[in-house]
Design a protein around this ligand. Structure first.
Ligand code: THU
Length: 132
């Protein structure tokens, strides 16, 4: 896995951000099992609740193209701190991507690698639906 390239693609995705309300640009780059990279950026709306995070845009794009297996996702913003995935995105990453590497990249380009499971301890999943 070329981490530097994935980071650069997340930084590129960030430049496509539609975030006129928060001005908080986020970029995501999702690496498929066959080394394709799918970009996502945050897309906001004047009806704020309709906003979709960069991670979910990338994952839903990938699923819509028939991709189902992934190795990693890189996430970046302009902030000096890392931009960790929000709660909704943690749930989506866990169910739709599994325990992939989650690479957080700060605004200066420094990165740290986590596992998706680190962001979602004691997850709710399809197993929980079988007990009723
Ligand atoms: N945002 C993301 O794209 N990903 C996250 O994990 C955190 C938040 C976006 C949503 C919104 O457009 C802006 O950042 C501020 O919350």
């Amino acid at each position: 896995m070329n981490i530097q390239n994935l980071i650069e693609q997340a930084q590129r995705a960030k430049t496509f951000s539609y975030s006129p309300y928060s001005k908080f640009r986020v970029g995501a780059a999702l690496l498929t099992e066959d080394d394709e990279i799918i970009l996502g950026t945050n897309v906001e709306n004047a009806s704020f609740g309709l906003t979709c995070c960069a991670e979910r845009v990338a994952i839903f794009k990938a699923y819509s193209d028939g991709k189902r297996k992934f190795k990693a996702i890189a996430i970046t913003s302009d902030d000096k701190n890392f931009c960790p995935p929000c709660g909704a995105c943690r749930q989506i990453i866990w169910e739709l991507c599994g325990d992939i590497d989650v690479i957080l990249v700060d605004g200066a380009g420094n990165h740290k690698i986590f596992k998706a499971s680190e962001f979602l301890p004691f997850p709710f999943g399809d197993e929980n639906l079988k007990g009723v």
